[in-house]
Design a protein around this ligand. Structure first.
Ligand SMILES: O=C(O)COP(=O)(O)O
Ligand SMILES: [Mg+2]
Length: 221
């Protein structure tokens, strides 16, 4: 067991960039939206740096980059609706679990820890992705970026999960790949653990000073 887990009863996991490498499917959907608007594709490298603030912001960044100017509200709404359609068709066609994820989740569940997903992704997309990897039963609660009025880096989703399971924040851990996860966790009073392999707007997540880092979730167990 990892030393940081000693007093931890509840663990909130980020999804994109922490449990799943979803950029191949996210960027295919972004490029499909851009094609709908007869704009050039963005490609995976750019999309990787745009992920993290939810799908609406992702589409906004892609449209602004392709057009050289921020999109109108109307274009953004239409683009986001199109994105949800394209992405929702098959959100795991090229998405993969990161190494160590399944082993870690199996073992942590076995140990009786409460596991939750707190992502900025729309709630409706969480279940299809978890089920594609046979992980639907592992999490006691999943929250998306649209589940509450606030999303990460706001601590509200983390407090919501802790309260739901009657856990003091001192018994809770946030595990993520980006500064939004570390900031939300710290603001909530959770302990924070980061993985270096995900998406953090092109910056090392270590710069956000998480309480700990692991190269792979396999190190948790
Ligand atoms: O949808 C996003 O922008 C990122 O989602 P995440 O919070 O699971 O990393
Ligand atoms: Mg993430």
């Amino acid at each position: 067991m990892h030393p940081m887990l000693a007093d931890i009863r509840l663990i909130c996991f980020d999804l994109d960039g922490t449990l799943v490498d979803s950029v191949p499917d996210l960027s295919a959907a972004v490029d499909a939206v851009l094609a709908d608007f007869e704009l050039p594709p963005a490609g995976e490298a750019k999309v990787r740096d745009w992920v993290g603030n939810g799908s609406r912001k992702l589409v906004e960044r892609a449209l602004a980059d392709a057009m050289g100017t921020p999109p109108s509200l109307e274009r953004l709404e239409l683009g986001h609706a199109r994105f949800l359609q394209h992405y929702g068709c098959d959100p795991t066609a090229r998405t993969r679990l990161y190494p160590g994820v399944r082993e870690a989740l199996d073992a942590l569940r076995e140990e009786g820890r409460i596991l939750a997903v707190v992502t900025n992704k729309p709630f409706a997309l969480i279940q299809p992705i978890l089920s594609a990897f046979g992980l639907d039963d592992h999490f006691a609660l999943c929250l998306g970026g649209d589940s509450l009025p606030q999303k990460k880096p706001d601590p509200a989703p983390l407090w919501h999960v802790a309260e739901r399971f009657g856990q003091p924040v001192s018994a809770c851990l946030m595990v993520g790949d980006s500064r939004h996860d570390v900031e939300a966790g710290r603001a909530a009073g959770f302990r924070t653990l980061a993985v270096p392999y995900g998406y953090n707007h092109g910056e090392p997540v270590r710069d956000s000073r998480p309480d700990g880092m692991v190269e792979s979730l396999a190190e948790l167990v």
